[in-house]
Design a protein around this ligand. Structure first.
Ligand code: NAD
Ligand code: WQD
Length: 355
């Protein structure tokens, strides 16, 4: 970014201690960027940041224990530090919880993003990559999904992503100095191949692959497949699962691209391929060598039958494409699970927490 110095610039990752943020931190450091992390650790812990340093051999430049709802604290970070670009991953992400607690979602996600944009503006830092989601496409009329499909959200979480995207588009339209890339992730899964960082959901996972991994290792008894009567090849839901390391590399490509775009641009980050729930169960069985018992249950409300990306725009303009398949996704998720049966928490910590 900072071409004058000959090197790359400083990138601040909000939510950088989380699942996607830690993987982005690794790939950005490896690409030569200096990485800073801002997080309130509501869904993560500091150990994940240490692990990033163990992987890359380079510690994170600065870590800010800051809540993006705290505008004054954000202002201070941008005033006191030279930030060239932001990757905005901080936020809440559980669809069901967002239906029950919409205010928390609008506050953390929308107000948080508004605070961030204001703090960045005041400091003259006007380059941002935003973690949006394929959820903004709702139930698509057909597949594969291109970026120009109509947007329609079905829950408060999805609406926060939609509103933030719209806000960023408006901001970029009003001020040509702003460069915005909205990345619409499909279904990120897997972990870094070292097994040092990965997805660490608290409690019972909502998402398929963390659930399947916990069934394979025996921490959960069986998977409930949410419906087998969809209009899909085997009747179960079809999604575009993307390896989190591919996704992270997509962020490096996006940050590189921030320099040469006009205004706001949106990219799908997916593989362009759809896999069913039963395909993923089979792939995890093969990767782990374990059984993955399942039962067929009713459909989950709000689920769409099929969702996968047309990934051509990112390939053409970001020169990025996903390289890893479901085999690697399952192998790496399994490796992370085996090496960290309790995620980032130690056995002793868990025992203490139970007392
Ligand atoms: P995550 O929960 O692991 O990471 C989010 C991080 O944000 C956490 O470390 C959390 O502590 C932090 N955070 C939450 N609220 C905050 C606040 N008010 N102030 C500061 N930090 C805060 O989730 P993730 O899977 O890494 O997702 C990262 C981003 O990508 C999210 O915005 C999510 O909506 C988006 N996304 C995720 C997926 C997915 O399936 N994982 C798919 C599409 C989009
Ligand atoms: C995948 C498939 C389920 C769990 C969600 C969010 C989306 C994005 C990614 C953030 C579906 C089936 C699941 C289980 C099952 N997140 N399933 N049994 O719903 O595609 O997307 O996460 O932006 O916004 O909505 O992902 O992993 O929950 O489900 O049968 O116990 O697995 O029905 O077909 P989804 P998922």
């Amino acid at each position: 970014l900072n071409l004058r110095g000959g090197g790359k610039g400083n990138v601040l990752i909000t939510g950088g201690a989380g699942y996607i943020g830690t993987h982005c931190a690794v790939t950005l450091q490896e690409a030569g960027y200096t990485v800073m992390i801002l997080d309130n650790f509501s869904n993560s812990c500091k150990k994940s940041i240490e692990r990033v340093g163990e992987i890359t051999g380079k510690s994170i430049e600065k870590v800010f224990d800051v809540d993006i709802r705290d505008k004054a604290a954000l202002d201070k970070v941008f005033k006191e530090n030279k930030v060239d670009a932001v990757i905005h991953c901080a936020g809440l992400k559980a669809v069901g919880e967002s239906v029950r607690e919409p205010i928390a979602y609008y506050e953390n996600n929308f107000v948080g993003a508004l605070n961030l944009i204001k703090a960045m503006s005041a400091a003259g830092c006007k380059k941002i990559v935003f973690s949006s989601s394929a959820t903004v496409y709702g139930n698509p009329a057909k597949v594969p999904i291109t970026e120009d499909f109509p947007l329609q959200c079905t829950n408060p979480y999805g609406r926060t992503k939609f509103f933030i995207e719209e806000m960023l588009r408006d901001v970029a339209n009003a001020d040509p100095e702003w460069k915005v890339i909205n990345l619409r992730y499909f279904n990120p899964v897997g972990a870094h191949s070292s097994g040092k960082i990965g997805e660490d959901p608290s409690g019972i996972p909502n998402n398929l692959m963390p659930y399947v991994t916990k069934v394979a290792i025996g921490k959960l008894e069986k998977l409930t497949v949410f419906g087998d009567d969809y209009d899909t090849p085997d009747g179960t839901g079809v999604r575009d699962y993307i390896h989190v390391m591919d996704l992270a590399k997509g962020h490096v490509a996006a940050v590189d691209k921030l320099f040469s775009i006009e205004g706001e641009v949106v990219y799908n980050l997916g593989t362009g391929h759809g896999y069913s729930v039963l395909d993923m169960v089979k792939a995890m069985k093969e990767a782990s060598g374990r059984e993955v018992p399942y039962v067929i249950g009713p459909r989950r409300s709000g689920d769409v039958p099929t969702c996968y990306a047309d990934a051509a725009k990112a390939k053409q303009e970001l020169h990025w494409e996903a390289k890893l398949g479901v085999k690697e996704m399952c192998q790496d998720a399994w490796n992370w699970q085996c090496k960290n049966p309790n995620g980032y928490r130690e056995e002793a910590e868990l025992a203490g927490a139970k007392k």
